[in-house]
Design a protein around this ligand. Structure first.
Ligand SMILES: Nc1nc2c(ncn2[C@@H]2O[C@H](COP(=O)(O)OP(=O)(O)OP(=O)(O)O)[C@@H](O)[C@H]2O)c(=O)[nH]1
Length: 338
């Protein structure tokens, strides 16, 4: 029988920690992993946040994979990543933060690519922000029902009692799933890949498919309620304005990610910034010394009817070179999250 490459699906609400898990797995060097990332926004930010992969990550941006105009994009990616020459052990498809498992499972199961097989679904749950995710339409029970494994991230930000209750709730919804703590994405890659491989029971019957059928309606309901606003500019940003957006985003914005340049007296510096329900992280990132200024900021959230409240905040972030270098206190507004 010819070799097929398992395709694992990584889902979880906006900002739950999917990319962090993926980067941990890639960093362990345990397996040769191919990556497909799906950004909900127009600009593919996530591929740039994935580090150390064997093959270039394939980025599919501009909407959820399961609703995207041309689902053959996923087939093309899977075909490319399962080429024998790459000798990958697995492909991980990181869903956008609002993807529903059934739609993604159906896409992989229905893929016409003979060189891949469905390897299971892993759900990432932010242990500190379940009510927040639920307010965005994410349904814990429905998500974990489809999961071979559930990874609890941000256990460092939640009380042990809350984490224990969450674990019980997950196991009530799906007694067959494996629940593991994965603080800062730390999961044993052997457990990750083993659990996923046990998703498909012998005999060819696939309960997940039934889950997919019964929930198929739901995932379409979700996407229409989410919006993304994007800024992509050949400019540095105002660090204080970005800090305000990250720290205190409009109510309907559940997630902000930014890869931005900031002017300093020593030249441009690049930062990667995240905000999930007002929880902010900022990290310095490498940049080519002579590269022109470039910044990308994406804001995503549910139930926003028009862009009037969000897009102008993003459009106001670039800081013209003529406005000079931000002062040290302005820069510290951003770097204090580092
Ligand atoms: N304190 C803490 N922060 C975490 C943990 N896991 C992830 N984070 C942070 O959470 C933020 C979002 O993490 P990502 O991995 O980008 O989340 P994601 O699910 O890929 O985000 P989307 O693709 O936008 O849905 C980042 O600032 C991470 O550093 C954790 O276990 N503890």
């Amino acid at each position: 029988m010819s070799r097929t490459v398992p395709v694992l699906i990584l889902t979880g609400y906006l900002g739950a920690g999917k990319t962090t898990v993926l980067n941990h797995l890639l960093g362990t060097g345990h397996a040769r992993i191919g990556v497909v990332v799906n950004d909900f926004g127009e600009v593919g930010v996530d591929a740039g946040l994935v580090a150390g992969q064997v093959a270039e990550p394939v980025s599919i941006a501009g909407g959820c994979l399961c609703c995207i105009d041309d689902p053959r994009q996923l087939d093309d990616a899977l075909r490319a990543l399962s080429r024998p020459a790459l000798a990958l052990d697995a492909v991980v498809v990181e869903g956008s933060g609002i993807a529903e498992p059934p739609g993604l499972i159906q896409l992989v199961l229905g893929s016409g690519v003979a060189t891949v097989r469905f390897g299971g679904l892993v759900e990432v749950v932010d242990a500190a922000q379940v009510p927040h995710a639920e307010s965005g339409g994410w349904d814990l029970e429905q998500h974990v029902k489809a999961a071979a494994m559930v990874l609890l991230t941000k256990t460092d930000l939640a009380s042990p009692g809350d984490v224990a209750q969450l674990r019980e709730r997950i196991l009530r919804a799906n007694p067959h799933t494996t629940v593991l703590d994965a603080p800062h994405g730390a999961v044993d890659p052997r457990l990750f890949f083993d659990a996923a491989e046990h998703t498909v029971p012998e005999g060819g019957q696939l309960p997940l498919w039934e889950v997919g059928e019964s929930l198929g309606q739901r995932h379409h309901e979700h996407h229409v309620h989410h919006r993304a606003a994007t800024l992509e500019a050949d400019a540095a940003v105002d660090p204080a304005a970005l800090a305000d957006l990250l720290e205190d985003p409009p109510r309907q914005v559940h997630r902000v990610k930014a890869v931005v340049d900031v002017r300093t007296p020593r030249g441009l510096q690049r930062f990667v910034a995240h905000s999930v329900a007002g929880y902010v992280t900022v990290e310095r990132a490498p940049r080519a010394p002579d590269a022109p200024a470039h910044s990308v900021v994406v804001a995503i959230g549910p139930a926003w009817d028009d862009d009037a409240a969000v897009q102008p905040l993003l459009d106001a972030l670039p800081r013209a070179a003529g406005d000079g270098v931000p002062t040290a206190p302005e820069r510290r507004r951003l770097t204090r999250f580092a």
